[in-house]
Design a protein. Structure first.
Length: 390
């Protein structure tokens, strides 16, 4: 059965290396667990580190984790207006760009007799969420007016390298420093948090440093994959093999490379124009798009090439491979962010965990007796927290 291999000690190493490098620059790190926010072993590992927040993208994930993990939760996607009650109940801080939604958060905070922190997002060029720079000061004035209604202005944030791949530069990073200065001049206090999102910020920080006002970065991919988003290249000495996808060969035959007969679209309605390369050795692997994104997997076997995928099968060409494969053999692949995301969100894909019995948490089933666990993967807490599944 195809499965995802997860090496928790290597992920822990990645987290600690990032934390160490950022601490030397006075930068807090938000560990964005968006890809694996429903996968307890990794979330629990994150919660035991010095990450300043766990970044979740869904309110349901925050609801599940709130009060269970000892780490404040940041909602890293702007809230839906109809979910404001859940946001103020289960998230310590949320990213925001719409004043109407912030007003609703204030109403929800009053209803629930609680407080909630908001980070105002600023548009710096990538065209994701954020108010225009000229609107920052007047918007912050409106947010500060809600302080008696349970809304706390936490600071400002920006995002890089996500929707359009816009990289940090002296102008768009310097803009955040300028805005922080303007807020101090207008309101007499500097923003508590100036937060930059996207792993590409790490590269910029190493090469050019960050303004003193910037004190937080939000990252996800390097902690899990050891790579920088958009670049698909390893960052420093991070482990790029903490996660790997493994599949089995269920058929291997010499077949024509060009289909016979009249053609229509495939199972997904896609029309293919394969190249006629004669008779080739083709292997069918036991996974498809229900398990991951086959097109963005990284082949680790020299000579292997992807041909096509459907729901449950992926066909590869292994004619040029030096290794002689047989039916039942396994083939491993590296992951990109997209293929990793779909692995974790697939409820059908088996996840095998290594290093889940470090004395603080074990998986139900093996009770920590084996180093490699592929049991139910529901965690038990051993440090005084409730002994229950997350």
């Amino acid at each position: 059965m195809a499965h995802l291999n997860i090496n928790l000690p290597l992920i822990k190493d990645n987290i600690e290396l990032i934390l160490s490098g950022c601490a030397s620059s006075g930068i807090d790190v938000v560990g964005v667990v968006k890809p694996c926010q429903d996968f307890d072993p990794i979330v629990y590992l994150y919660s035991k580190t010095s990450l300043s927040y766990l970044g979740v993208s869904k309110v349901n994930a925050a609801k599940r984790l709130s009060g269970v993990v000892r780490k404040p939760l940041m909602l890293t996607c702007v809230p839906r207006p109809d979910l404001v009650d859940e946001v103020v109940k289960y998230c310590d801080l949320s990213l925001n760009s719409e004043m109407d939604t912030i007003m609703r958060l204030a109403e929800a905070a009053e209803r629930n007799r609680c407080s909630h922190s908001v980070l105002l997002m600023v548009e710096v060029g990538d065209l994701r969420e954020g108010v225009l720079p000229a609107d920052v000061v007047p918007t912050v004035a409106k947010i500060l007016a809600l302080r008696d209604r349970g809304i706390r202005f936490a600071g400002i944030g920006a995002n890089y390298g996500c929707v359009n791949g816009v990289l940090p530069n002296f102008d768009n990073v310097g803009l955040m420093d300028t805005l922080a200065t303007q807020l101090k001049e207008n309101f007499g206090i500097a923003p508590e948090i100036v937060s930059l999102g996207g792993s590409v910020v790490l590269d910029w920080m190493d090469k050019h440093g960050l303004p003193s006002s910037v004190n937080q970065i939000r990252i996800g991919e390097p902690l899990l994959l050891g790579t920088l988003s958009g670049a698909n290249r390893a960052y420093k000495t991070l482990h790029s093999d903490a996660l790997e996808f493994e599949a089995a060969i269920v058929e291997m035959k010499r077949k024509p490379s060009f289909p016979a007969g009249e053609k229509a679209g495939d199972a997904f309605g896609v029309h293919h124009e394969p190249e006629d390369r004669g008779i080739r050795t083709r292997a069918i692997l036991d996974f498809g798009v229900v398990d991951t994104d086959p097109t963005s997997l990284i082949a680790t076997v020299p000579g292997l090439s992807m041909i096509t995928s459907n729901s449950d099968y992926t066909v590869v060409d292994i004619t040029e491979c030096d290794h002689r494969f047989h039916v039942g053999d396994s083939i491993k692949f590296g992951l990109t962010y997209k293929s990793m995301l779909q692995c974790f969100t697939s409820g059908q894909l088996q996840k095998n965990v290594r290093g889940c019995h470090d004395g603080t948490a074990v998986c139900f089933g093996c009770e920590g007796r084996t180093p490699d666990c592929s049991s139910q993967l529901r965690m038990r807490f051993m440090d005084g927290l409730p002994h229950q599944s997350l």
